[in-house]
Design a protein around this ligand. Structure first.
Ligand code: AMP
Ligand code: MG
Length: 489
């Protein structure tokens, strides 16, 4: 394990031409202090736990005091926001401090979100408020705990800096980590500005650092598109299976590596409601829970369009190639989603009636407003009685349950083994909005950050029984319905 000074910094992004980024330093906040430190993320970069206790830790992490290897920059990108192309977005409030290379040869972006205005801030303040920083910090680690690809969170910094949103709030910063923060929108920027040489450099960069095997493909750029289609299809299938709604699936929030990226007004389903809209600013429900798979397809088509100049010299041929690949998305998604749902139901074989069985369950859950997470966790137990109690229409449940029992009998699996498997597949705890809200309330009112650390520990092991947290395995309290989450963060 290393000290901060011993980390090996080597920012590969600066090898790209200057159009890709803007170099700048971070703007520290006033009276910065450490709110929470996440050791499992620190382990990824081999950072010693004691480093978080150093007097100058916050100064270094916030870029107030720089380390020799820091080569800080804001990345340039564009993207489709709510279906409309915005020619230039870019990191308006996030600054990449640098990349750390581990002894194992992995590279991690250290990106500070809320680090102050950049060339891409478009008149906004470059800040993130404490509330939204807590939400991203907790959710990115909760997603990792669920086994879903995501950016990670190293630590959170609070301050006395006043930030103006609908009201005055305090500014905070999140040190976020990922193998790369390149987005679909990064490609779109060079496509729409017709800088095809740079487009190629970006694709080459991603292939070189993240998918070196693709270099051997006949058409590496087509292979890159295929990779993004597979990664995105699998990611969104995983979101759907745990009941996660991202909330702002703009193409600039889509990671080329298939990571969950840019946590804003996200939400996990409480009761099963396929039309669930977590973002209160999303009046049309463009990013409703059940629209996510289609939005994934739309975003991939934006990426495919941006890659067209690289796929083939003849535009018609390039388009045909892209369309053929895009057609694979639905297959990837459906296959992965079916696999995950079978796993949630404890079905080890694949049988033709499985989809119908799953759809039937979703239908009765929706009709009776049954809690999605609690239902699957309850089904993972060995008795059906408690699952039955979650329904108002018991006859409807019995009807479904009869089919389910028959289906289980057809593959002769061992009940105990199945229950064990299901408990490792169906989380007992998810980050419900009200839980984040409790942590936010304590933090903003009393500078009490204890709930953040408690939730972090809980959500890193969402499948384990944790007796002290029993309340968090229950349905949300009535007041949770009043929580409103929007894009303002
Ligand atoms: P987001 O909704 O957080 O993914 O942000 C969309 C775009 O707006 C990105 O280019 C962000 O960098 C930018 N942005 C969001 N909030 C701010 C802010 N407070 N200051 C500057 N840029 C911002
Ligand atoms: Mg974003």
């Amino acid at each position: 394990m290393k000290t901060l000074e011993q980390l090996q910094f080597e920012n590969t992004y600066v090898t790209l031409p200057e159009e890709f980024y803007h170099r700048l330093a971070t703007s520290p906040l006033t009276n910065q202090h450490l709110i929470s430190f996440n050791q499992p993320a620190a382990d990824l970069i081999e950072l010693h736990p004691d480093e978080a206790r150093r007097a100058d830790f916050v100064d270094i992490i916030s870029g107030k005091k720089t380390l020799p290897g820091y080569e800080s920059l804001a990345m340039c990108y564009s993207g489709h926001q709510f279906g409309h192309y915005v020619p230039r977005l870019g990191d308006g409030r996030a600054i990449l401090l640098g990349q750390v290379k581990t002894d194992a040869g992995e590279r991690w972006d250290l990106q500070l979100k809320g680090a102050g205005p950049t060339l891409y801030s478009r008149g906004s303040d470059g800040r993130a408020v404490l509330r939204s920083t807590i939400r991203e910090y907790l959710c990115s680690e909760a997603m990792h705990g669920l086994g879903i690809p995501t950016t990670r969170a190293l630590c959170m910094i609070g301050s006395d800096t006043e930030v103006y949103r609908e009201q005055i709030e305090s500014g905070a910063m999140l040190l976020r980590m990922a193998p790369s923060h390149v987005r679909f929108g990064s490609f779109e920027y060079f496509y729409y500005t017709q800088q095809y040489d740079k487009l190629r450099l970006l694709a080459d960069y991603v292939i070189e650092h993240h998918y070196p095997d693709l270099k051997d493909e006949v058409n590496p750029y087509l292979a890159l598109l295929k990779q993004a289609i597979t990664g995105t299809g699998q990611l969104i299938a995983a979101w759907q299976s745990v009941g996660f709604a991202h909330g702002v699936m703009n193409s600039d929030n889509m990671s080329i590596l298939g990571l969950t990226l840019d946590y804003g007004p996200y939400g996990f389903l409480d009761v099963y409601d396929p039309d669930f809209i977590c973002n209160h600013s999303d009046h049309q429900g463009r990013y409703a829970f059940n629209k996510q798979p289609d939005i994934g397809a739309f975003n991939l088509s934006c990426l495919a369009q941006a890659l067209l100049p690289l796929l083939h010299d003849v535009p018609e041929t390039a388009a045909e190639m892209a369309i053929a690949e895009l057609n694979e998305y639905k297959i990837v998604f459906v296959h992965r989603y079916a696999q995950l749902m079978r796993s949630k139901l404890g079905l080890f074989d694949q049988q033709s009636q499985d989809q119908a069985l799953c759809d039937h369950l979703c239908k009765i859950m929706q009709a009776d407003r049954v809690d999605y997470t609690i239902l699957f966790r309850t089904l993972s137990g060995e008795s059906s009685e408690s699952a039955r109690d979650l329904f108002i229409d018991r006859a409807a449940f019995d009807n479904w349950y009869g089919d389910y029992q028959q289906r289980l009998a057809s593959e002769n699996s061992d009940g105990q083994q199945r229950s064990k498997h299901m408990k490792q597949t169906n989380p007992k705890y998810i980050l419900r909005n009200y839980m984040a809200e409790l942590a936010i309330e304590k933090a903003t009112r009393n500078q009490d950050y204890s709930e953040i650390d408690r939730l972090l520990l809980l959500l890193q092991k969402p499948f384990d029984e944790q007796a002290d947290y029993e309340v968090y395995a229950q349905p949300p309290p009535a007041w949770a319905g009043q929580i409103s989450v929007s894009c303002s963060s």
